[in-house]
Design a protein around this ligand. Structure first.
Ligand code: PMV
Length: 350
């Protein structure tokens, strides 16, 4: 069942619901979109475990529609405006949504300025809360549908958020390589097509730069509309899915590393070739990348990186017998390139 139009027969009451949702880090990147948050190409990400948003949502029925938000206990009026707009946008899918007042409290388990996608975990948690309310008001029973609709709603808040609703490796965007993949919501990559070496991974995020980004993702996506290399990039993302599918099946670590780093550098290359051009990497980002490459050449150990739309570096390495040597190298050689010795340690296990 994929009809997300809301049921007009609902029965509202005052309720408080809560949900928790992790962030995610893309391996094949989503960069560029069409109207209504339709991605220009398919993407795949690891869902994190430790970095998450915990949200409670108090709904006061039959009060005038308004939204109040608190981030770590502090009132955030700008965020409330964003959520208000978002709720108005999704009324078609949740017809009761404007029929009350909301008090939303959220806490992130990771630093706000870390560049870890708090919009992904944040909108993921809000969408889950909304589906809890929807279940109570409209009586939906199907758990798979509830999750899929939460992913659909999260996407309308922040595209990549739709991937955070599922654990493990998650795909968003239609690709012939993944059955049932969709532009409208994310789906889990089939677990039995993933080699065990990819099921237990570290992601340590080096906080190279903790300030605000000079160019937002929204602006970056928009610049893809007139980008001279956009079509080729979208095509390449499709091609990379076919390559990645084989890699995941065979446990081919060297080619996994090559593909993931290529995707990260392509994302930033697209930024540099936008008009106007912009660069989100910092000196420390490049220093870390070069040190990772030297380390790999010298030791052959599988430490590699990916980047989000920011300067911070996600250090990826399998959780296995070599991980202690890699951790020692990170602490000794890479930590010095962070702003305040900042590193957020996460892990993906499924
Ligand atoms: O979901 P948005 O609009 O914040 O865009 C996220 C884009 C990247 O993080 C750079 C890539 C991705 O697929 O997550």
């Amino acid at each position: 069942m994929n009809d997300f139009t809301g049921n007009k027969n609902f029965n509202i009451s005052s309720q408080t619901v809560s949900a928790s949702c992790p962030s995610n880090i893309a391996l094949i990147k989503y960069w560029g979109k069409y109207e209504n948050q339709i991605p220009a190409n398919p993407s795949i990400s690891y869902t994190l475990i430790n970095c998450k948003t915990n949200t409670s949502m108090e709904f006061v029925a039959d009060e005038k529609f308004s939204v109040q938000t608190f981030l770590s206990g502090n009132e955030e009026k700008k965020f409330a405006e964003k959520i208000e707009k978002y709720f108005r946008n999704i009324e078609e899918f949740l017809p009761w949504i404007l029929k009350g007042k909301y008090i939303i409290r959220t806490d992130n388990t990771f630093p706000h300025s870390s560049g870890i996608a708090s919009s992904a975990s944040g909108f993921g948690a809000i969408a889950k809360c909304l589906m809890e309310l929807e279940q109570q008001f409209s009586g939906i029973q199907d758990c798979d549908f509830k999750l899929r609709k939460a992913s659909f709603l999260a996407r309308l808040g922040s595209g990549s958020a739709c991937r955070s609703l599922y654990p493990g490796l998650v795909v968003w965007g239609t690709t012939k390589e993944v059955e049932n993949s969709s532009d409208l919501y994310a789906v889990q990559y089939p677990n039995d097509e993933i080699h065990d070496v990819f099921k237990s991974f570290n992601d340590w995020v080096l906080l190279i730069h903790e300030g605000a980004k000079s160019v937002s993702s929204t602006v970056g996506h928009g610049l893809m509309n007139t980008h001279p290399y956009a079509e080729r990039r979208f095509q390449e993302a499709h091609e990379n899915f076919a390559v990645l599918k084989e890699i995941l099946k065979n446990g081919d670590m060297p080619n996994f590393i090559k593909l993931v780093e290529h995707e990260a550098l392509t994302l930033h290359a697209m930024m540099m070739m936008s008009d106007p051009a912009f660069i989100l990497m910092k000196t420390g980002t490049l220093a870390v990348i070069n040190k990772i490459w030297d380390f790999r050449k010298e030791t052959g150990l599988p430490l590699f990186f990916t980047l989000d739309a920011g300067a911070n570096v996600h250090l990826l390495f399998p959780a296995d017998s070599d991980e202690d040597k890699i951790k020692e190298f990170i602490v000794k050689e890479l930590l010095q390139h962070t702003q305040n010795n900042g590193v957020v340690k996460d892990v993906m296990k499924f």
